[in-house]
Structure formats: C-alpha cells, structure tokens
Design a protein around this ligand. Structure first.
Ligand code: ATP
Ligand code: PH2
Length: 176
C-alpha cells in the first residue's frame, strides 16, 4: 500500500563509481520505513549542462510515496547525499550524488530552503525525460513535460542517451 504523498525525485552522479553511488542511495531510500519506491526510470547517460566542464552524468528519476513532509524529505535526501560522500564545493560542479525533489503531490512551495516544483526542472532534459518515462497518464504535469521536452530537443544542446533498465527487484514494479 502506498504512503500519503506522491513525490518525484531526480538523481544524478558524475564522480566515482556512478552506478554504485546510485545503488547505495536506492538502498538507503528503500531501508527507510517512511519511503516506498513506487517506480524507477532507466539510467540515462547525459552530457553536463551548465558552465562547469566536467564528466558525463548518470541521471534518472524515482517516483516514491512517503509520509515525510517536504522539509523532512529534504533533510533525509541530504543525509543520503552525505552518506554517499557528497561534498558541496563547486556550484553545479561534479558530485558523487545529487538528489532533488522535483514534484511533491501538486504542491507549489517557495521557502528559503525548498522550491517545489524544482525551479530548474523544466530547463533540464535529464530531469524531464526520466520523469516522463515513469509518470502515469494522469500525472498533472505530463502534458507540460512532453511539450517542454519537444522544445528542449529542438535546441540540440542537451544530449541524453538511455542506458539499460535498472535491474533491481526492490524497485522494479509494474506501471499502474
Ligand atoms: N526542490 C528542491 N530539491 C532539492 N533541493 C532544493 C530544492 N529547492 C531548493 N533546494 C535547495 O537547494 C540547495 C542546494 O542544492 P544542491 O547543492 O543540490 O544544488 P546544485 O545541485 O548545485 O544545483 P541544483 O539544485 O540546481 O541541482 C539545497 O540545500 C536545498 O536547500
Ligand atoms: N547532465 C547533467 N548536468 C548537470 C547536472 C546533472 O545532474 N546532469 N546537475 C547539475 C547541478 O545540479 C548541473 N549539470
């Protein structure tokens, strides 16, 4: 049975063993009794977006259900980033693990520490493409995401390549 809040999380890694970092994060999320991973996208290899010259990323998205509030979830995600040896040095620079809250139910929120929907989401194919893969037909942002993906793809500046399915029995649940 799913928990109260439906949340989309975007993850990315471009330092160290990328898949090991992501799998560690998935294991920590799975171990949390207030979080249930409902759906998981494939891994995507993406060229770095932004001004910093750095290695390609693996990006992807998760749909979770959770009993955490948005602020509580942000704290948990920061703890997981820390456990995965994330160091905050260069803004938009290389990282072992980045976990962002993209959508939280249909909430619109702007505080000093948290903005939902994530303010950069609609500029980033590496966020939108994995979310489109896992969101249901009735998701309130589906049409907006499809429209924006078409626009960003015309630009041809953001390269994104779908890699293999994530082979993980804990999280590979059928669409509903
Ligand atoms: N929706 C959100 N999800 C995650 N963090 C957020 C969100 N909105 C605001 N933040 C704030 O952004 C701060 C910086 O996040 P982070 O270090 O991951 O930035 P970044 O990865 O360099 O850039 P970006 O947030 O654009 O991906 C966090 O400490 C958090 O307080
Ligand atoms: N391809 C890609 N580029 C980025 C990413 C990312 O996750 N993937 N994250 C950034 C800062 O959050 C900046 N640039």
């Amino acid at each position: 049975m799913s928990l109260n809040n439906q949340v989309y999380i975007s993850y990315g890694s471009n330092m160290g063993d990328l898949k090991a970092n992501i799998n560690q994060a998935l294991a920590l999320l799975t171990a949390d009794p207030k979080i249930q991973i409902e759906r998981q996208s494939a891994f995507y290899q993406t060229a770095p977006v932004g001004p910093v010259e750095q290695a390609d990323f693996i990006n992807g998205a998760l749909k979770i259900s959770t009993d955490y509030t948005p602020d509580q979830l942000l704290v948990v995600l920061h703890q997981i980033e820390h456990a995965c040896r994330r160091e905050r040095t260069i803004h938009w620079g290389p990282r072992t693990l980045d976990l962002d809250i993209i959508f939280f139910n249909e909430l619109v929120l702007q505080s000093a520490t948290l903005v939902i929907p994530h303010p950069e989401a609609f500029k980033r194919l590496f966020v939108l493409v994995p979310i489109l893969e896992i969101c249901g037909a009735d998701f309130y942002q589906k049409t907006a995401i499809e429209t924006q993906i078409a626009i960003l793809k015309q630009d041809q500046t953001q390269t994104i390549k779908r890699l293999e399915e994530v082979n993980d029995d804990r999280t590979s649940k059928p669409a509903n």
